[in-house]
Design a protein around this ligand. Structure first.
Ligand SMILES: C[S@@+](CC[C@H](N)C(=O)[O-])C[C@H]1O[C@@H](n2cnc3c(N)ncnc32)[C@H](O)[C@@H]1O
Ligand code: SF4
Length: 349
């Protein structure tokens, strides 16, 4: 089993971001720490006290939530953790102080993922980020000093200021840092965000994506999912999502999944704190599950067992093989180009 915990607090709101996060509710952090503990107890019972192989704290901004407030949650979790659990926390460069980093190491975190987005100060300003390029580099080095074994950074591409030179510099700078993982996301103009009304904020990005794949390959990173690259360490937690495994979701707006149902706690902070055990339940049909499995599998190097396909799909698979869009290895089907995965999945569905 894997567990996701959501921290819905941020120092400031980035104009492209649609994730659940509040910038003006700092006073609710302690009540939130109590609510997540209550929900954790409920989830442990619901999932029959499973062994937990990975914990991922995301946000929002986990680095504005103190290790002290997280301690009771982690103490409750510890007896369930497998010996070699991957323990990831996200962090923002401006709030991941050395004290916070050491505090998280003490709680058992061994992997950190920084939202860097770019190493270009003008692009950072355009994206409304609260940190500079220098602070981002320092944060990564501080994480290394604090003893994090696995360090990842997120970059965003396809934003208005992007040029080939800028992206080249982002990748060169990232590669020189002690990181073994990188996520590169194409800027999405999300509904209900300030960027949604600024259609010029994003640029056509497929050619940038292909450029990034090549440039990262030269720096020793291999692509193992549409947006994810590893230099020796693939994220176990994300791979479990892509394999369509069950997961516990704890916190305001943190979705959970038990194999055929999704659980949705409230995304309103006050409501969540009042009723942390309340969840909307969505029952997925066999067809929903089949499609999800197919889409997730082809977007990553996990691939999908040929047993999942009916006899009628065989002609389509043969056609895709002859066009070199997919290949078969050890009775599993893999896509050759993750950027085409959705189209391939649609064709096969
Ligand atoms: C939810 S954020 C949390 C991390 C952290 N708060 C931060 O911003 O540094 C996780 C990652 O999602 C990506 N992201 C968020 N909104 C996005 C958007 N509209 N388009 C592309 N990537 C996005 C960013 O790369 C970000 O680092
Ligand atoms: S991108 Fe990160 S820091 Fe910015 S608002 Fe979203 S969660 Fe907060």
């Amino acid at each position: 089993m894997i567990l996701y915990l959501h921290i819905p607090f941020c120092d400031s709101k980035c104009p492209y971001c649609a994730f659940t996060s509040y910038t003006n509710k700092t006073a609710l952090k302690e009540a939130y720490a109590r609510a997540i503990l209550e929900q954790l107890e409920f989830e442990i019972e619901k999932f029959h006290a499973p062994i937990i192989e990975s914990v991922f704290i995301g946000g929002g901004t986990p680095s504005v939530f103190s290790p002290k407030l997280l301690k009771p949650f982690m103490q409750r979790l510890t007896p369930l953790l497998s010996g070699k659990a991957e323990m990831t926390t996200e962090a923002n460069p401006n709030s991941a102080s050395p004290e916070w980093l050491f505090g998280m190491r003490e709680l058992g975190f061994n992997r950190i993922s920084f939202g860097v987005q770019s190493f270009d100060d003008k692009k950072l300003k355009f994206l409304g980020r609260a940190h500079s390029s220098r602070e981002a580099k320092e944060a990564v080095l501080n994480a290394k000093k604090a003893g994090f074994e696995n360090i990842s950074i997120d970059l965003i591409y396809g934003a208005k200021p992007d040029t080939k030179k800028l992206l080249e510099n982002d990748i060169k700078t990232a590669s020189a840092l002690p990181i073994n993982h990188l996520s590169a996301y194409s800027l999405t103009l999300e509904e209900k965000t300030p960027f949604f009304d600024r259609k010029d904020a994003a640029k056509e990005s497929l050619y940038m994506a292909k450029f990034i794949v090549k440039a990262l390959k030269n720096e020793g990173f291999s692509q193992y999912e549409v947006s994810n690259f590893s230099r020796g360490y693939e994220c176990f937690h994300n791979k479990r999502y892509w394999a369509h495994d069950s997961y516990m979701g704890v916190g305001c707006s943190a979705v959970g999944f038990d194999g055929n149902r999704r659980f949705y706690p409230s995304s309103d902070l006050e409501e969540y704190i009042k009723m942390p055990l309340f969840q909307k339940v969505e029952v997925l049909s066999e067809e929903d599950l089949r499609l999800e499995r197919l889409f997730l599998a082809l977007r990553s190097n996990l691939g999908i067992s040929l047993e999942r396909f009916s006899q009628e799909s065989q002609d389509k698979i043969d056609a895709l093989i002859s066009e070199k869009k997919v290949y078969i290895k050890d009775d599993r089907l893999y896509s050759n180009d993750y950027f085409l995965a959705d189209e391939i999945a649609l064709f096969l569905s």
